[in-house]
Design a binder for this molecule. Structure first.
Ligand code: FES
Length: 284
């Protein structure tokens, strides 16, 4: 984790209320992994130091550029849209636990809902770089809110669902998963809590039908890895990146906890990425 002065080099609105900003921050561009986030100090309106967490959207170690994709939801993010090129922001990161991909996984299914694309976007780059095939299932309210395919690598298969049917599948993105479930070696998701809960339910059903739990033990040579460890997450079919309001972002304030099957989990510290079976999902 480092505290860096990240220089804004480009800022543009890519969707209604959603922005993509590029920062020159070589220390973060070369030391971050997909799933991690940064804590950015935004405008100070109250005398308090205000920071906001943002998933690291992409990194480019060669140019030292990292990008952040965010929605304007309040004064801090609105302030961010008014930062001018050349200005420097105080950025702390990389923070949190990354996605863990099994070395034998060749086919990755990424599922994103709305701004959840920012949570999985970097994983697509990492996976393609490592020679894997990637399909992204993306869900949005309508065509106006669909993440532009031009911002994705050419190698990605991109499948869209919209709630109103104005583009792609008419319905929820989770309804597309059954078509890809058998193809995928692992799945990774970020989006609204109900979407993640439904995916967790589908993943549990898959485990029962296909015996994936047995396969998981075989992958680890019979050893049972502790829940929450990187090794256990690497064996999970589904990993989820949880979105949660944060305070300190370094594990001190307990303001970001979610309930896990073994007790509370801090999204900023134990997460934001979890294996789906670590989370105590509400009964549906
Ligand atoms: S934000 Fe403070 S413990 Fe997570």
């Amino acid at each position: 984790m480092r505290l860096v002065a990240a220089e804004l080099v480009e800022s543009r609105q890519i969707l209604p209320g959603q922005w993509l900003q590029s920062f020159h921050a070589p220390e973060l561009a070369s030391g971050s992994r997909a799933g991690q986030f940064v804590h950015v100090r935004t405008g100070d309106y109250s005398g308090l130091v205000l920071r906001r967490p943002f998933s690291i959207n992409t990194t480019d170690a060669a140019t030292g550029i990292i990008t952040l994709h965010f929605r304007t939801v309040g004064r801090g993010t609105e302030w961010l849209t008014r930062v001018r090129e050349g200005e420097r922001l105080d950025m702390l990161g990389p923070l949190g636990k990354p996605f863990e991909v099994d070395s034998r996984s060749r086919h990755l299914l990424l599922v994103a809902g709305g701004l959840g694309m920012a949570g999985v976007r970097m994983l697509a780059d990492e996976a393609i770089r490592d020679g894997r095939q990637v399909t992204i299932l993306f869900g949005a309210l309508s065509a106006n809110h669909v993440y532009p395919s031009t911002l994705l690598p050419d190698e990605v298969e991109y499948v869209v669902a919209t709630d109103d049917g104005s583009m792609g599948h008419h319905g929820y993105v989770t309804e597309l998963v059954s078509e890809y479930e058998a193809w995928a070696d692992q799945a990774f998701a970020c989006g609204p809590h109900p979407m993640l809960a439904r995916l967790a339910q589908l993943a549990a059903g898959r485990r029962e039908r296909l015996g994936v739990a047995k396969l998981g033990r075989k992958r680890g040579g019979g050893k049972v890895d502790p829940l929450g460890s990187a090794a256990a997450r690497r064996k999970a079919f589904l990993q989820v990146s949880m979105e949660q309001t944060m305070g300190c972002a370094v594990g001190a304030c307990l303001g970001c906890t979610v309930m896990g099957v073994e007790g509370p989990l801090r999204v900023c510290r134990e997460g934001p990425v979890f294996a789906s079976d670590e989370i105590a999902w509400p009964d549906r």
